[in-house]
Design a protein around this ligand. Structure first.
Ligand SMILES: [Zn+2]
Ligand SMILES: [Zn+2]
Length: 507
């Protein structure tokens, strides 16, 4: 019998699943016969200091009458042979098996006492075969509950199931009450409700690159009342950034030290210490006054600290255009089942200075669907160059060194589309079939849709050959080892930091 003393409370446990796998699970569990059906989910696993994620890799349906049969103690049960096969596969692939069954329809669900007794009876011995954690999931059309048995014989609840469809849907065992939003959020809750506001307040959004576009993303997210922003950027404010960087002032550039007659030593010291961009991000969130916490990581994204923080996110905005940043974020998104949205702006001119292109681009990347690698967006030749030390890269003659044109209004088109999409997806207002990739051409007044699909052989986004849902089972596959850098600034309690080499152009 499942005894209460075996149950432990830990950081939240989340089951995360792609839309396509969820559709398979759901269609087997909720059939038109309204009967009970079963199967097994295989999961990768990821643990951070704030949550444990079970990342769905595969689902095997139990065939009714063959694998799922009438039971002597309950209604139906999985056969010993089905369970044994599942346990052996879990052991072979180091995956966590979760035995799943349906309880029909309803907006709340819990295991029956028969279910709980069978977990307590069989899971400790099953763990000896699998050598991994083992668990169970029970679902209705509107609710999901779960139990995860740890290798030490104790168990924890699965608190939520996150489905990465066109909306990011969160299922819990029952519908919880939400607190009323602040009256100052009245106008926006008229769009997405108190529940929508509560979802935003509970969300963690990573922003990789807080330059011209990323800083606007931070501004919009914090005005919307997103709970936590993880801002990642190694750079400090330069005078040429200020026209495009909300929240920054010329004082942040320490230009003062270049223009005033001060002892040379003080001038040099001052010029070295312009404000880090991540600090401006925090300033913006404080000014917005909606309670958003900004975690400041003044690092290159290819560092241990930055990648660790990104694994905690519910959503990642990619607002840095280096190939390294694209590669790191693309990989983390698929491996840890975190949706990614990329924002970019392109202004091109020919040799005579005539405008050739002018657009903002938005790319929504759903884990397991398509990626920046197989669609040819990441330039792997440049990726290799970017991981070289500065001097070698200069010798390899990378780029012209000319800064690209950049204007705040174009950044705002991209940033506002990106944050609008995050808001709509999290609060359940996106419509199915929306473009994953589109370009907005302000000089033509048009929006151009681009069609994207992943390749079955992709080493990143393919469910069979890629890293989808592997989580901590696989070291992040990156072009060079992560830069070990453990200095983190949080809420202004900054310490000396050592940013990695600057990568790519500034936006
Ligand atoms: Zn049951
Ligand atoms: Zn791919």
């Amino acid at each position: 019998m499942a005894c209460a003393s075996l149950k432990v409370v830990t950081s939240p446990v989340e089951l995360r699943v792609t839309a396509s796998l969820w559709a398979r699970i759901r269609s087997h569990m909720l059939q038109e016969d309204f009967d009970e059906h079963g199967g097994v989910i295989f999961c990768g696993r990821a643990a951070t200091n704030t949550r444990t994620s079970l990342l769905v890799r595969d689902f095997i349906a139990a065939i009714d009458g063959v694998d799922y049969v009438p039971s002597a103690v309950g209604y139906r049960e999985l056969t010993a042979s089905f369970i044994r096969h599942a346990a052996l596969r879990a052991r072979r692939e180091h995956l966590v098996p979760l035995f799943v069954h349906g309880h029909g329809e309803g907006d709340s669900v819990e295991f029956s006492s028969t279910d709980l007794n069978s977990h307590a009876r069989s899971y400790p011995s099953l763990i000896e075969i699998t050598d991994t954690e083992v668990g169970a999931v029970v679902m209705t059309d509107e609710a999901v509950a779960g139990e995860l048995w740890l290798v030490d014989g104790r168990f924890v609840d699965v608190d939520a199931t996150v489905v990465l469809g066109h909306n990011i849907k969160r299922f819990t065992p029952s519908r919880t009450q939400v607190d009323a939003a602040s009256p100052c959020q009245d106008r926006q809750i008229r769009l997405f409700g108190h529940r929508g506001q509560a979802i935003l307040a509970a969300s963690i959004v990573g922003v990789v690159g807080v330059g011209g576009a990323g800083m606007l993303v931070v501004e919009y997210l914090s005005r919307l009342g997103v709970g936590r922003i993880i801002a990642i950027d190694p750079d400090r404010v330069e005078p040429a950034n200020v026209p495009r960087l909300p929240g920054s002032t010329m004082r942040d550039t320490r230009l003062f030290f270049m223009t005033n007659r001060l002892p040379e030593r003080i001038c040099r010291l001052g010029q070295r210490r312009p404000t880090p961009k991540v600090k401006i991000a925090r300033r913006l969130a404080i000014q917005a006054g909606q309670g958003t916490i900004v975690e400041m990581l003044q690092f290159n994204v290819a560092t241990v600290a930055a990648t660790r923080a990104l694994k905690n996110c519910d959503y990642i905005v990619l607002a840095a255009d280096s190939n390294t940043a694209q590669n790191v974020v693309n990989t983390i998104g698929h491996q840890y089942l975190i949706p990614v949205i990329q924002v970019g702006v392109k202004i091109g001119a020919d040799d005579q200075g005539a405008l050739t292109e002018l657009f903002a681009i938005v790319r929504a990347i759903r884990p397991g669907e398509w990626c920046l690698s197989c669609s040819g967006i990441i330039d792997f030749a440049h990726l290799a160059l970017e991981s070289m030390p500065d001097r070698e890269r200069a010798l390899a003659d990378y780029g012209t060194g000319e800064p690209a044109p950049s204007v705040i209004t174009l950044n705002a088109i991209g940033a506002s589309n990106v944050v609008t999409r995050i808001m709509l997806e999290l609060t359940g207002l996106m419509e199915p079939g929306a473009a994953e990739q589109f370009l907005i051409h302000p000089s033509r007044g048009t929006v151009e849709r681009r069609f994207t699909s992943g390749t079955a052989t992709c080493q990143i986004c393919s469910e069979e050959n890629g890293v989808v849902g592997l989580g901590d089972l696989r070291a992040l596959k990156l072009p060079s080892p992560l830069i070990a850098d453990t200095t983190v600034m949080t809420r202004g309690s900054s310490t000396r930091s050592r940013p990695g080499p600057h990568l790519g152009r500034k936006t």
